[in-house]
Design a protein around this ligand. Structure first.
Ligand code: ZN
Length: 149
């Protein structure tokens, strides 16, 4: 946009947050890395690499320069377990820590990322153990909730 004085200004618009996840590996003997927005994108990228090179390798992490841990919410995909086992777990991922083909929830449950359904907050039956452990991250005071330092 241009002002009446002819100066160019930037209007605020929809901005997409920076991609917090970094997937890296080796494809056809060359090192590759890509920033992506979700664990589903991580899996898609690694599968794409494996299509190009059956010997491709890949791993992922929350980018080491990301400002704080990320909590993901997930459960097993439908059809892989009885519905009573498809409770929703919390996964706390620390920046810069390499991750593999499984993620371990706060409660200790391990889910393969290929078999995981990623969810939004408030979806599904929560895992009480995960919720209890996550609650320890917060301090309650008269001012409200605050993340424990
Ligand atoms: Zn859990």
């Amino acid at each position: 946009m241009t002002t009446a004085a002819g100066q160019s200004i930037e209007l605020p618009g929809p901005r997409r947050s920076p991609a917090p996840f970094l997937v890296s590996g080796t494809v056809c003997g060359r090192s590759v890395a890509k920033a992506v927005h979700s664990p589903a994108d991580v899996l898609e990228e690694i599968l794409h690499w494996c299509d190009r090179d059956p010997n491709a390798t890949g791993n992922w992490q929350v980018s080491s320069d990301y400002s704080e841990p990320i909590t993901l919410i997930a459960r097993l995909k439908a059809g892989l377990a009885r519905e009573t086992r498809r409770i929703v777990h919390l996964f706390r991922l620390l920046p810069g820590v390499p991750l593999g083909h499984t993620l371990t929830a706060r409660c200790g449950e391990a889910l393969p990322i290929a078999d995981t359904e990623w969810l939004a907050v408030g979806t599904g039956m929560p895992c009480e153990s995960c919720l209890g452990l996550a609650a320890r991250d917060y301090v309650v005071s008269r001012a409200g909730y605050a993340r424990r330092p």
